[in-house]
Write a protein that binds this ligand. Sequence first.
Ligand SMILES: [Zn+2]
Length: 163
Amino acid sequence: MALVTSGRVTNGDRKWLERAVALAWRARERGDHPFGALLVTPHGGVVEALNSVITGADPTGHAETNLVRLAGKTDRATRSAGVLYTSTEPCAMCAGAIYWSGIGRVVFALSEQGLADMVADEEGVPPLRLPSREVFARGGRPIVVDGPVGLVSATAVHEGFWG
Ligand SMILES: [Zn+2]
């Protein structure tokens, strides 16, 4: 079993999740979908990314996939010891990207289901219902996943955006 839930979400984790939500607001304010993510490395490094689906005209421009691309400049050991924080649970595409990046732990605030409950079929594009844990569980390396972490702000950033 390559999937682990630590069940230990610290105040420090919550602080970084609030930062991810702040990034989601920045994405929303510039016209993109309201998602943000960051990677915190053990040496205090922080890599941040925003959703860029609209401004980048890139359907794959999700925050976590963008983050993995940026984090590729770090070495694998750093990524393995790093923690990815994201405002909303990674989709199946992003979970795959995270898997290939070697990042060791993922913490998310709003769940995929929580998002789906807020997002009616967006302009005819139905959701991809494949929770991140199901993707990670098929992998050949261990990855720690914690979430959802209940944050009012993580829900609020989506309010009034979809539909
Ligand atoms: Zn995604």
